[in-house]
Design a protein around this ligand. Structure first.
Ligand SMILES: [Zn+2]
Length: 425
């Protein structure tokens, strides 16, 4: 077995592969391995870091930042939103072969003024009247979302994004600015009304993922509460939260570098966004190393919606290379993202003679079935190769596009074996 030291790995990687140093951070070196072999030459194996694209504050029809008069910040742009802004998300997803998460605010989709019954959710309270935003655009946008299931995932973000009491709001809808979760009965009502509005528009049921509004969130129960937001969300079927760990409360409770489990709900670090929320449009260029690329809707739109495609193209060109790196990949969807990040972080990878060995001992300590789902490894070789395994179903093996001998293997575990092997045919 050749399990190289971190120092020699980095030295080697700088020489041999661009961008590889992004593996860094504090993670133990589990997710990549390299060796020399007389017959195989230089071989490198990676469990790539998955990157998920998360777009916040989707759902508004008004673009106005209303915060100065106790209305929501919304997206802060100088035009209304239109169905083609939804199409832009689909176009981003289909160009990259991914399902971007659209962190959704639903109040301006309320056709029946049902939010009158939930006064904490909007600036109008009991007098809520959304008639201004009820029109043909709702169904047009809903159809875009429904018809493009593989390239658009609705994620819970908020009903109205903030929390209103006596006509004025505090930040934010789910958790206040001191890190305390809103009262449990209010949390449950806000989730139930979120779902009601989804159903009104034939977009339901309640999504299975969550991005806390304004990133106010506590990992585990907050002070004065005997239940965590994650636990409540879990009861409503949500299994995944994405939020920046830089601003999360009770961060010390998080079990791993990039994620933790809060009542079995996987909570994943968003990192810090490259752009402020209201940059319209944005031109991405930062080198990312974490598991999420988070942005806000205006960042990927154009002031003239007919020219949205020009901005989307820039984002596609920026994000695509992450899929082509040996040590990274774009997550095709939220579920694959969770599986892959678990394996990237916890599955131990090694090379023995002509065998790749994977050890799931740590991975299997995660709750639920995350460690049992499909995942991807990438193998860089000097010559054409094929791979086989007794212990794993190799669901597909393909050459990374435009690469020389960078193989992408999609794998599924057959049994509960802790150590499995892949051999070179
Ligand atoms: Zn937001």
């Amino acid at each position: 077995m050749v399990k190289i030291s971190r120092r020699s790995f980095l030295k080697n990687s700088v020489r041999t592969a661009s961008g590889i140093a992004v593996l860094g951070g504090n993670i133990p070196l589990l997710s990549s391995c390299v060796r020399q072999n007389k017959t195989l030459g230089n071989v490198k194996v990676f469990i790539p870091m998955p990157v998920q694209v998360v777009i916040d504050d989707v759902g508004w029809w008004s673009g106005e930042d209303g915060s100065k008069r106790q209305e929501p910040y919304r997206t802060g742009i100088n035009r209304n939103h239109v169905p083609s802004d939804y199409q832009a998300i689909v176009d981003l997803g289909s160009s990259l072969g991914i399902r971007p998460q659209a962190a959704f605010v639903v109040c301006e989709w309320d056709k029946e003024n049902t939010l009158k019954q939930l006064p904490t959710s909007t600036w109008m309270g009991k007098n809520w009247d959304n008639s201004r935003w009820v029109g043909h655009w709702l169904e047009e946008a809903a159809e875009i979302i429904r018809n493009n299931h593989n390239n658009f995932e609705i994620t819970i973000h908020g009903v109205g994004h903030e929390y209103w009491e006596d006509g004025s709001f505090t930040r934010a809808e789910w958790t206040d600015s001191k890190g305390q979760m809103r009262p449990q009965d209010q949390i449950e009502l806000h989730l139930e009304y979120f779902e009601k509005i989804m159903i009104q528009n034939n977009l339901g049921p309640l999504p299975k993922s969550f991005v806390p509004a304004a990133f106010r969130h506590s990992f585990g129960a907050s002070e004065g509460r005997d239940i965590s937001l994650a636990e409540i969300l879990g009861k409503y079927g949500v299994n995944y939260i994405n939020t920046p760990f830089s601003s999360i409360y009770n961060k010390e409770r998080i079990q791993h570098e990039y994620f933790g489990f809060d009542s079995s709900v996987m909570t994943i670090d968003r990192g810090d966004d490259e752009f402020p929320w209201d940059i319209f449009p944005a031109d991405p260029s930062a080198v990312r190393s974490g598991p999420t690329y988070g942005l806000h809707w205006p960042n990927m739109l154009h002031p003239d919606p007919e020219r949205n495609h020009e901005v989307v193209k820039r984002w596609v060109e920026y994000l695509k290379p992450y899929n082509e790196k040996a040590d990274m990949m774009l997550a095709p969807d939220s579920i694959a993202f969770q599986h892959q990040l678990g394996h990237h972080s916890l599955t131990l990878l090694s090379l023995k003679e002509d065998l790749i060995e994977l050890d799931f001992t740590e991975t299997d300590k995660m709750p639920g079935k995350i460690s049992k789902g499909e995942f991807t490894i990438k193998i860089k070789t000097e010559e054409p190769q094929q791979f086989k395994s007794e212990d794993l179903v190799i669901k597909s093996q393909s050459l990374q596009k435009e690469s020389e001998f960078l193989y992408v293997l999609n794998l599924k575990r057959k049994l509960d074996k802790k150590k499995v092997q892949i051999s070179f045919v």
